[in-house]
Write a protein that binds this ligand. Structure first.
Ligand code: SF4
Length: 218
């Protein structure tokens, strides 16, 4: 299935059926903060799309780099020099502990809750439009359960009762995320150009960018 077909399939998803699957799996956030923190093995890595970065920036409250870092996959980080290479998309910025920079450990809360990206709004679920299809924003945790197209990733809140209203709201957001990530994947594909530029180049749906979010070519 090509990306356009996956996008059409995502748009045709039945919200009620997604909600049924979420209800069957069960979920309630325990506010453990696990999905906002890094692990001993890896820094927190969650995809954030360009428009979501600008929403979090909220005008000039944050610089681009305060919000996002180049997705680390594909980059080379030598001990004796700056990182180089090409990568696709952006990850939420991390602090010195490898946690999401917006996670408030003391308050055990997200400091940008109302502006958090779709991947955070829908954790611990994702949708598999097809088994090996585009998955630009898969959450960090392993898939531990699946009902139809709904996948559940590692989370201590799984298996808890969820109201129908909350399941519907989560299902709608999950569908919105699936459509949005496929639109993004199509934009990345259509705007991709090979580059021989030094340093780090990030390819997103808007073209090639520097790590500070500025465009390399207009
Ligand atoms: S943006 Fe908020 S919800 Fe998302 S990972 Fe960071 S602290 Fe957690």
């Amino acid at each position: 299935m090509d990306l356009e077909a996956e996008l059409a399939a995502a748009r045709a998803l039945d919200v009620a059926a997604i909600a049924d699957a979420i209800e069957s799996i069960g979920f309630e956030c325990t506010r453990c903060g696990h999905c906002c923190r890094g692990t001993d093995e890896a820094d927190h890595t969650a995809t954030v799309f360009p428009d979501e970065i600008r929403t979090i920036q909220d005008g000039d409250e944050y610089d681009w780099r305060d919000v996002a870092r180049p997705m680390p996959f594909g980059l080379t980080e030598p001990d004796d020099g700056p990182a180089t290479g090409e990568t696709f998309e952006w990850a939420l910025a991390t602090d010195a502990c490898g946690d999401c920079t917006f996670y408030d450990r003391e308050g055990e809360a997200c400091s940008i809750y109302e502006r958090r990206p779709l991947i955070c709004r829908t954790y611990p679920f994702s949708l598999a439009i097809e088994d090996d299809g585009a998955e630009l924003s898969a959450p960090m945790g392993e898939v531990v359960d699946r009902e139809g197209a709904v996948q559940a990733h590692e989370c201590e809140g799984l298996g808890r009762d969820i109201s129908r209203a909350d399941a519907i709201e989560l299902a709608e957001t999950l569908k919105r995320r699936a459509v949005r990530e496929l639109q993004e994947a199509i934009g990345v594909r259509d705007n991709y150009e090979p580059t021989d530029i030094d340093g780090i180049v990030v390819h997103d749906s808007e073209g090639q960018k520097r790590p500070d979010g500025t465009r390399i070519r207009e």
